[in-house]
Design a protein around this ligand. Sequence first.
Ligand code: TRP
Ligand code: SF4
Length: 514
Amino acid sequence: MTDDNTSTAGADDLALDPWGSTTVSDYRKLFEEFGIEAFEDVLDEVPAPHYLMRRAIIFGHRDYRRVASAMRNDEPFAALSGFMPTGDPHIGHKMVFDEIIWHQQQGGDAYALIADLEAHSARGLDWDEIDEHAKDYLLSLLALGFDAEAGELYRQSTNRELQDLAFELGIEANFSEFEAIYGFGGDTDVSHMQSVVTQMADILYPQLDEPKPTVIPVGPDQDPHVRFARDLAERTRYFKVTEAFASVAFDDDERPLVRAAYDARGEYAEDADQPRCTEAADWLEAGPEAAAGFDAETVDAVVQKLENAGMEPLRPRIRFFDRQATDEAFEALIGEIAGEKRVFDGHVDAFDMEMETAEDLALAVEVDHGGYGFVPPSSVYHRFMTGLTGGKMSSSIPASHISLLDDPEDGYDKVKSATTGGRETAEKQRELGGEADECPVYELYAYLLAGDDDGLAEDVYSECVNGERLCGGCKEQAAELMQEFLEDHQKKREEAREVLADLDIELDAAGSRA
Ligand code: TRP
Ligand code: SF4
C-alpha cells in the first residue's frame, strides 16, 4: 500500500510502480501483461493452503511451484518480506505478516526486514520516526506469531552482510535498467538507487547460507522488484544450462521449434539415427504442421541457422555456458560431466545427461567454488484491500484503514461507519441481495475477521447476496469481531515487548545518525 504521488503513472493504466499509487482495477491484466501466473493454478500443489490462498486473496505468483514442492518434500525453503516503516502497521500489513508466519509454520526459514534505508531515501522519513515505526511493525509481527528464535528479523541499515550483497548485485545492475524498470532519471538521488539494490539483496538474502527456493509475499506493486531480483540472481550464476541441438546456438524462442524438428526426424531424415541440419531446414521450409504455432521470423531464423550448419547431425545435448565461472570452476564442471562431452571455448556440451541432473551439477559446482548459486526467487501477490470509506485503503486517510494500534473502540466505530455493498433500503436488500463483491465489510470478513473459518466467510457472502443479511447487523458483527481482534492483538503486542527487547536488533538508529 503506497500513498505518495511521485508516480508518473495514472491510477488506472497498468504500471506497477513500487513508489507510486498502484491501484489495480483488473487483476487479469497482470497475468496477460506482466506474466504473473494465477495462484489458482498452483493451489493444488500446496499442502494445507492458507485461507488467503483458498479465498484467492493471494491471486498470483511467480515460480511458486518450487516453493510448494520444497514444502511437500520437506526440503529447505524460505519466505521473506520487507516493510517500510512509514506509518503505523495496519490490517493490510497484517496479511503479509500472516503470510510470512504461515510459511514459517510450514517449515520455512522466515525473514522479515524493516526497509529503513528505503523509507529514509525514497520517502524522506527521519530516523526518529523510522525507529518508532520499526518497533511497532516488529511488535505486531511477533504478536501475530512470528517465531523470532527460528526466524530472522533485521533492519536494512545495520545489516552488514546485506550491504555487501547489495554491493555485489549492484555490479550487475546499470542505470539504463533503473530508467526502464523504475522510471528513474537524471534527478533520481543515488541513495534511492542504493535502496533498490538493497531490496535486491533483501530478496536474495535468505540464500546466502545455501541456495533454496524463497518466496517473497508482497503486493503486485512490488513485482518490478521481484522481476529485477530474478534477473540479477540469474546474472550472478556461474553457468547457464540450456538444451542444444548442434554446435550453433539457438535462442530461447527458437529451441522449441528445433526440438519439434528433431522429434519429427523420422519424416525427413535419410538416416533417422542421424538427421542432418540441412534436412531439418528443408523440412521446416516446406511448412510442416509442427511449425504452425511459431511465428514466421522464428521459423526463418531457425531455417537459416540449420542451413548454415549443413551436414552436421542434429543431436540433442545439454549445453553449459560459462558465464561468471572462475577457470577452476569451469574445469571442475568439465571434469564432473559423465559420459560423452565436447568442450568448446566458453561452453561444454554433454550428450548423456538429463536437464535436471545438469542443473543440479551446475549449482553444486558453483557453490563448491564460492558462488552464490541463487535459485530464482519466487513471489506471491495478494489483492489490495478496499478502503473502508470506499476507494483506496491509504495510510494517509485514517478512516479508510484500521491500524493495528487503533483503540479497539475506534476500530469498532470505523467498521460501523464503513461503506457497504448494500442497497438503499432494507426492502430492496431483501429483494435484490447485497453486493458482497463490492463491499469493504465483506472484505474484512474474508481477509481477516473470518480467519481460518471458511464457513463464516461463505455464510456472510451467501446470506448477503441472497438478501438474508442486512448491513446493520452485518456491520455490528464485523465491528465486534474487529474490536475483539484489536484487543487481543494489542495484549499480545504488550507481551511481545520483552521478546523484542531480547532480540539482537538495533532499535535506536536515530541515536547514531544525523
Ligand atoms: N519496497 C517494499 C515496500 O515498499 C519494502 C521492501 C524492502 C521489501 N525490501 C523488501 C519487500 C524485500 C519485499 C522484499 O514496502
Ligand atoms: Fe456488505 Fe454485509 Fe451489507 Fe452484504 S450485508 S453488503 S456483506 S455489509
